[in-house]
Design a protein around this ligand. Structure first.
Ligand code: TMP
Length: 245
């Protein structure tokens, strides 16, 4: 069944969302734009949107196959996917297998320290406040989510983390950390919303390195001017597609 692109509902830093003729479904468009540090740094990389669309489709497709429910339904074309229409829970969930980035800045931890078991963090999704670190209690106090929802989110995030880590390791890539967002999905005719994985899983939202060479394959290439972003992202997609056969 094909769905045509209707009115634009939302434009974010790296994606746009459009209505379809079905209120339960939206079209997600991946842009070539890049931002970092709360959009104080901006750029564009030709072809980045198509790579991210393909990477997210492949990874969310694998999760759907494992009955971890995601908002991804199917690829439409290079830059577009059909997704479930969810209400985003305004929490950014971060899983870390090694200490890097803000964890090291915040606590003076040496980069590369192994997190075993993986570290689970939640932040309040609010650019004006710089996505501050919060706890379950603060999230409930603010009405962002219920304890039941937070328990489901934590369980799903750790399961997803384990799965992604294995998929990447199989291709000689180390997943160091990543960010997820969850949504409430309540299709027509159902009395209750359920928590599903939403947003994207792309090199914009993960730290990834080549396990052999240590070469970076993620948005840090742009954040810290560390090399050719298009080349790193393309290498990552090629490896993932090889794993998909
Ligand atoms: P951090 O070390 O800067 O907190 O980032 C942890 C992970 O989350 C890293 O893989 C990048 C990702 N991330 C996002 O996807 N969006 C963001 O806004 C930030 C700050 C990090």
């Amino acid at each position: 069944m094909s769905h045509s692109k209707g009115e634009m509902l939302y434009e974010g830093k790296a994606k746009r969302l459009y209505r379809t003729d079905d209120p339960d479904l939206l079209i997600m468009e991946y842009k070539d734009d890049l931002t970092a540090f709360d959009a104080t740094k901006r750029g564009t990389s030709l072809g980045k949107g198509a790579i991210n669309n393909a990477v997210s489709a492949l990874l969310m497709g694998r999760l759907n196959d494992m009955h971890v429910e995601t908002s991804f339904l199917n690829l439409i074309d290079a830059n577009h996917s059909l997704v479930r229409n969810v209400k985003i829970v305004p929490i950014e969930v971060i899983i870390r297998f090694e200490a890097h980035g803000s964890l090291c800045r915040r606590y003076g931890i040496e980069p590369g320290l192994v997190c075993d078991p993986p570290l689970y963090e939640i932040c309040y999704k609010n650019d004006d406040l710089h996505d501050p670190f919060i706890t379950d209690q603060i999230a409930v106090l603010m009405g962002l989510a219920t304890y039941d929802e937070l328990a489901k989110i934590k369980y799903m995030a750790l399961t997803i983390g384990h799965t992604l880590r294995e998929i990447y390791l199989g291709q000689g890539i180390k997943l160091l950390d990543f960010k997820l967002e969850f949504g409430r999905y309540q299709p027509a005719g159902e009395s209750e919303a359920r928590i599903i994985l939403a947003d994207e899983i792309t090199p914009d939202t993960c730290r990834l390195v080549d396990a052999q060479t240590g070469e970076k394959l993620d948005k840090d290439l742009f954040r810290f001017d560390m090399g050719d972003l298009g080349e790193g992202y393309r290498k990552l997609l090629d490896k993932l597609q090889a794993s998909a056969g």
